[in-house]
Write a protein that binds this ligand. Structure first.
Ligand code: IVH
Length: 678
């Protein structure tokens, strides 16, 4: 992105993030999930990192959350309440460790990690052991006095005592003077669920999540109501006028607990990044069993002197990070909306995205289903959208963020796009339906064409499954998609006029014999628009298996020689069409296994061959597989690059003629045996 585009994008991101923050922190409402907002913030901070002179003092990256509400007395914090920079993934943890080790060699010798609770930060002040004041974070410098409300939280002692007599005797000193304990106020999931259930029964509005409910509760003016809502407090920091009284974070947690407050039991120290990463991975699943919500871990330098010396950049200490687990939602930009035509002629619009990480996997396309759904979401090319995974698997667009829309964008026009992307076809939208279909292509006709292609010589080469048999099968209703042919029985066929005992058996055998096609033939057979035999071969060579191809990113597809954006998008659209995924699953279920394609090197590497006619040694596929295993490459038609045309009984006339014209060497089965055994 160039600088002026970045400046424009930064401005839009800031507006959207500020709006989110205002709703979240001031009104206790949520206009989008935290994950989606984090995703936008991440994009903003990356752009600002790339163009540091575009950073302004009022950027959301430059200050701590929230404007104090006017309803509570303002209190200036004894020390600023900072927030943390987010990191995602091992590389970013390592980069952080490297950075601070450079500043202070050995900084990460001892690390301290704890789950990151999803609540609101609060500072509780004890004077001579007596609960005196509780202040929300506010803007980090000035917070709100919520003493009366926090007083109702049962897990907060009103008087500090050294409850745990076995611990360090030095703890008694925290009972005199000023001891500030900072931590997180959370609402346990079970309390949240009970409250929402009660609200639902009473027809009252529901709260979006426990964090919102906790924040809303703590700002209630009536402490009785707060008491009824059962909040919890977990400490994570202890401040004394003399900081040397609290040497490490591991000691801090011990002290908090010994003084009668809750602190996480799961916090641990680490002496290597490997051990820390193992802990992080372990907690990805385990955190779901905690009584409160967590979206990551906090990792700090355990030694508090080192931590302090590392200093602060902007709003966050250098000595700590928040590791965020894979978000269930993310934001990304719609690169294009491509239309996939399914086997029944139905047109499905599919959005392709800049790759985004959602729930641990890279997402780069999602079906938009139909024109009505696009209109409902008002998704346009160039839009920033929130995406999520439905049922944790299928990527979906949740909403588009119109505030981040580029100037001059136009609503998506399905009819205009159909005409642009498929100039050779005509479409109609049958009354009462939401789906556009190829005009005149009633399901059966379209299916017959797809099946004929699937069985054709260059594809799966299923003997006797030509046009007439295909039409008979489709008309009979036995076959509703190409995978159905694998369930056909001789009895099924005998019920149709066209078949006798012998022809029925022959067809069923031929179909069953086609269950292990070579990968290029199978890819070609799928009938993906713009994927001819050569492209299928190139794809098989690069991706090796259908699974790999199905998961390929747009970038990976475009990197294949000879494949441009149009073809790459068509492939991506085909694999993101739910119908097609169902078809692939059905093939697998019925035992159709395209052979993994390894670009083998061997004595025949560099040899390109085409087989025509029947061979005595076995099927053409079997012969081809043996040649490929020796490094040769099978071509589906004779080209100037063909080395040999292997000629069996009853060869195809056009292949022979072409080979003769191009002066390609012809070899018979005997020579073929020689090649295979050389
Ligand atoms: S340590 C400089 N430990 O996360 C702040 N914070 O993004 C260091 N949080 O403001 C805080 N669980 O409200 C720490 N175990 C934990 C935490 C935790 C939740 C919150 C806290 C903080 C924010 C930082």
């Amino acid at each position: 992105m160039n600088k002026s585009a970045a400046a424009e994008r930064i401005l839009k991101l800031r507006t959207q993030i500020n709006e989110y923050r205002y709703h979240y922190h001031v009104l206790d409402e949520s206009i989008m999930s935290e994950a989606a907002a984090d995703s936008l913030k991440h994009e903003l901070s990356q752009l600002e990192e790339q163009f540091p002179d575009l950073i302004t003092a009022d950027s959301p990256t430059q200050r701590v959350a929230g404007t104090p509400s006017s309803r509570f007395t303002k209190i200036t914090h004894s020390q600023r309440m900072l927030s943390l920079n987010d990191v995602f993934g091992r590389d970013e943890v390592q980069a952080w460790a490297d950075r601070i080790n450079k500043l202070t060699p050995g900084a990460t010798t001892e690390l301290f990690a704890d789950t990151k609770m999803d609540g609101l930060a609060c500072a509780i002040v004890y004077i001579d052991g007596v609960f005196t004041q509780a202040v929300t974070r506010g803007d980090g410098t000035v917070g709100e006095d919520v003493t009366a409300n926090v007083r109702t939280i049962e897990s907060v002692p009103l008087q500090l005592r050294v409850f745990d007599k076995t611990s360090n005797p030095d703890l008694a000193r925290f009972l005199t003077g000023r001891t500030e304990i900072r931590g997180e106020i959370v609402m346990l999931r079970k309390n949240f669920e009970a409250l929402n259930a009660a609200n639902e029964a009473a027809g009252k509005p529901l709260f979006a999540n426990p964090r919102n409910l906790a924040a809303g509760t703590i700002r209630q003016l009536d402490p009785k109501l707060v008491a009824a809502r059962h909040l919890n407090f977990y400490g994570y920091d202890l401040l004394r006028d003399d900081p040397t009284e609290v040497p490490t974070y591991s000691f801090t947690y011990q002290a908090i607990r010994a003084l009668g407050l809750a602190a996480s039991q799961h916090a641990t120290t680490f002496t290597s990044i490997d051990a820390l990463m193992a802990f992080i991975e372990q907690w990805d699943q385990k955190r779901k069993t905690l009584p409160f919500n967590t979206d990551g871990l906090v990792v700090k330098v355990d030694n508090r002197t080192t931590y302090r010396e590392l200093g602060i950049v902007g709003k966050a200490p250098r000595g700590a990070i928040a590791f965020k687990y894979a978000a269930e939602e993310a934001t990304t930009i719609v690169k294009d909306i491509v239309i996939s035509i399914g086997r029944t002629g139905a047109a499905t619009p599919i959005a392709t995205f800049d790759p985004a990480l959602v729930a641990g996997t890279t997402v780069q396309h999602a079906s938009l289903h139909n024109a009505d759904e696009i209109a409902r979401l008002d998704v346009r090319v160039g839009d920033t959208v929130i995406i999520y995974k439905a049922g944790d698997i299928i990527p979906k667009v949740q909403e588009s963020l119109p505030k981040l829309r580029p100037a001059g964008s136009k609503p998506f026009n399905m009819e205009a796009e159909l005409a642009r992307q498929y100039p050779e076809l005509e479409f109609e939208r049958p009354e009462g339906e939401v789906i556009y279909r190829v005009k005149g292509a009633t399901g059966p006709l379209f299916l017959a064409k797809a099946l004929e292609h699937y069985a054709s010589k260059s594809a799966l080469d299923i003997d006797t499954l030509g046009e007439k048999n295909v039409i008979a099968l489709v008309d009979s209703g036995f076959v509703t998609d190409p995978a159905d042919i694998y369930i056909l029985t001789v009895e099924n066929l005998l019920g149709l006029d066209r078949f006798g005992e012998i022809s029925a058996r022959k067809l069923v055998d031929a179909i069953q014999a086609s269950k292990t096609p070579t990968l290029p033939r199978f890819i070609y057979a799928l009938g993906i628009r713009h994927v001819g035999e050569q492209t299928a071969l190139d794809l098989a060579e690069v991706f090796g298996t259908l699974e790999n191809l199905s998961a390929a990113t747009l970038e990976q597809l475009e990197a294949v020689e000879g494949i441009g954006t149009v073809v790459a998008e068509s492939i991506l659209a085909w694999f993101s069409d739910d119908d097609n995924q169902d078809l692939l699953a059905k093939f697998t279920h019925l035992g159709v296994r395209p052979q993994p394609f390894a670009k083998t090197t061997g004595p025949l590497t560099g040899v390109n061959f085409v087989i025509t006619g029947t061979l005595e040694m076995g099927s053409r596929d079997q012969a081809a597989a043996r040649l490929v295993a020796l490094g040769a490459k099978e071509q589906n038609s004779v080209t100037k690059d063909t080395t040999y045309l292997i000629v069996g009984e009853n060869p195809g006339g056009s292949k022979l003629a072409k080979a003769e014209k191009l002066k390609i060497q012809l070899i018979d089965e005997q020579r073929l045996e020689g090649l295979l055994n050389a």
